[in-house]
Design a protein around this ligand. Sequence first.
Ligand code: NAD
Length: 405
Amino acid sequence: MTERVIDRPRSRGFLFLDSHPAGCRQLVSDMWEAVPAPATPPPADGPVALVIGSSAGYGLAATLAGLKRAGIRGIGVCFEKPGSARRTATAGWYRTAATAELAREAGRDMVFLNGDAFSDALKEQVADLVAERFGGKLDHLIYSVAAPRRTDPETGTTYASVLQPIGAASRTRTLVFDGEGAPEVKEVRTAPATEEDIAQTVAVMGGADWERWIDHLAGRGLLAEGFSTAALSYIGSSLTEAIYRKGTIGAAKAHLEGTARTLDKRLSELVGGRAVTSVNGAAVTQSSTAIPGIALYVGLLRGVLGAQLVPPTAQLSELWDQLTGARPLDLDAEGRVRLDGWELTPQVQAAVAERWQRATTENIAELADLDWFHGEVHRLYGFAVPGVDYAAPVATEVAWPQEPA
Ligand SMILES: NC(=O)c1ccc[n+]([C@@H]2O[C@H](COP(=O)([O-])OP(=O)(O)OC[C@H]3O[C@@H](n4cnc5c(N)ncnc54)[C@H](O)[C@@H]3O)[C@@H](O)[C@H]2O)c1
């Protein structure tokens, strides 16, 4: 197998063309270490869970926290590309290989499927696995997909999501880095979405596919008594609301939250189950860095909060505690689990807003934690991970995890 040195990633903005296998592995291992161990070691035949979107961001945190803290076994689903002698795999491919290894070491039976979660074929494959390998009953489902497109299996129509305001154009300040890593604060204008754009975004990022998963599994009689499911959502700050919560993606999140209410009722009647959304805090992920203004916002948020910024693993450990009953389910007036309290306190928001107004290319290094933000973007692809020797050659072809016997 060929090995090569990948010491400098090639990138276009926040999008990297390479990822680093050893860096991705170390990052996953660091995330695992950051998950607080449970008070008593979980039994080997822990709850059976399905995590959709398991290779990155919040879904990866859900998988790692689920395995270590809640003692889950089950299935992770994601959409990644393999490497070749010339190209690296996507970072999520390497992270999945590393996650599978940790699951194996911890004695957890965890199977990872690479494919389109929106398809019926994958739903059927997962249902077969639950039926044949995991005792025929699923206890939990975490829905953490972020995707630009979705093909509806019913109609064959492909929908594309956009990140645009609704009603009027919005101007937002945003943070970019040049090829040398020098920061620039810019203003960008985004035109308002059409009705069609809104409908398409809702069709991709709203609750339709989550509901389809639940219906598919329920139709096969695979939901355990007391089954619970959570889909991830975001509200965020008034600084980003024109593009986020009041924009097309916010319309999709409102739809997702509406779906939770429908599913909650259905599941309660069917298996005494629950469906909730989990509102999480801002995090640097491949999806979030694509949203205009979010880079500046998260950089300033970290500038204000420093190490008090709560990482996804800590938030998802709390979510598992609530889903498994280790702690009571704590819902807001809209029926949502809120894991974003630390981000949205009036003091934190006022401090971020004050810096947001003042931010310029010249002073941004004092107001935002740029080293952290720049590092986080690199870590999404396995670069800038402490302890990794980037001068050492690495194999880019890593096998997809085999199902443990
Ligand atoms: N990043 C944030 O700041 C933030 C905050 C709160 C909530 N959330 C929510 O968390 C969820 C996940 O977002 P993220 O930022 O962690 O995204 P991410 O880009 O880090 O991860 C997306 C995951 O979805 C998977 N995926 C994409 N298309 C797929 C497909 N067709 N089939 C199977 N898997 C597919 C990817 O492989 C990956 O595992 C979203 O609902 C998002 O709104 C994100």
